[in-house]
Design a protein. Structure first.
Length: 313
């Protein structure tokens, strides 16, 4: 039986496979993970907004990363936590589409933001004398607007194209809704959507990857050529943590999306990688940047001290 995608259809997400013994531990783990993600990312946001010393291009670009991370975490965790407690994996089609849209916006946003941050570090390290000329407030605002405009311009058509299909199935093959899993519900020719999906993968994955590889090759070259060991150490430390974040997101996202198009890939592996995309970057980003970036780390300490001091008064 086929159903119109615009009607309120109830879908079933892939089972979590939890026995009764593990329901409440899983609920607590999911809730604590979500609260920790939100707290750490809000702490980074508040610190950057509060500390005038952090009102620099690098940190203003970084300001966008917690926003994107919180969008992804909020799209995924509340629905997951509720389904663990109720043992109900049902979700309406509109809610599923909304979740898919927000998750894709999160993934694309992170890749674009990390690319912009790599470009900022490239200018700062390879062309320090031109940094203030290139990364002006006007240009910085243009970069941020471009990030979000490109993100929405790619993701809105990707999800909107799902509306034209009749639905023949109601089982989502993943633990959360995404474009590939929603496409598998359709009973019509989905080639146009698949072509556009591949186009977005190449553009969103390939573009940032080329930018990151080019900038880091140039950064590494500059660091090796400089005679200042302290400057070299600081640059490699800052860029090293950034590169770890980039690679985690790039590899996991790419493998997860490609796995949907290769039948021989284990569904368990695909789901595990897909889950890691939504758990590890939002969890690790504020920790990595908060611990490895000296100025941000100092700003967080000062903010926490001030908050503790105010609460004692």
């Amino acid at each position: 039986m086929s159903m119109n995608a615009s009607s309120v259809v109830i879908l079933t997400l892939e089972s979590l496979g939890l026995s009764n013994v593990y329901i409440y531990p899983a609920f607590l783990l999911g809730l604590l993970t979500y609260l920790l993600i939100m707290f750490c990312n809000l702490l980074v946001l508040t610190t950057i907004a509060w500390s005038k010393k952090l009102h620099k291009p690098m940190f203003i670009l970084l300001f966008n990363l917690p926003i994107s991370d919180m969008v992804g975490a909020t799209a995924f965790f509340p629905q997951l936590i509720i389904s663990i407690v109720t043992q109900n994996r049902l979700i309406s089609h509109p809610a599923c589409v909304t979740q898919a849209f927000l998750i894709h916006v999160y993934g694309t946003g992170n890749l674009l933001i990390l690319s912009a941050m790599a470009y900022d570090r490239y200018i700062a390290i390879c062309s320090p004398l031109r940094y203030n000329t290139i990364m002006t407030p006007h240009n910085l605002m243009r970069i941020i607007i471009l990030i979000w405009v490109c993100n929405l311009s790619l993701m809105v058509p990707l999800i909107s194209m799902l509306k034209r299909f009749k639905i023949c199935r109601t089982h989502i093959v993943d633990l959360y809704c995404n474009n590939p899993s929603l496409l598998k519900l359709a009973c019509e020719d989905t080639r146009l959507n698949n072509y556009y999906g591949l186009f977005t993968i190449v553009l969103v994955q390939g573009g940032p990857l080329l930018i990151i590889l080019y900038t880091y090759v140039q950064i590494l070259r500059t660091c090796l050529m400089t005679n200042q060991s302290e400057a070299r150490r600081k640059a490699i430390q800052t860029c090293g943590s950034h590169l770890v974040v980039c690679l985690i997101l790039e590899i996991n996202t790419l493998v997860t999306l490609i796995a949907h198009r290769i039948e021989s890939v284990s569904p368990f592996v695909r789901r595990a990688l897909g889950l890691s995309v939504l758990v590890f970057p939002p969890f690790l980003d504020p920790i990595i940047y908060g611990l490895k970036t000296a100025e941000l780390k100092q700003g967080i300490k000062m903010l926490l001290k001030r908050s503790v001091g105010s609460s004692k008064m």
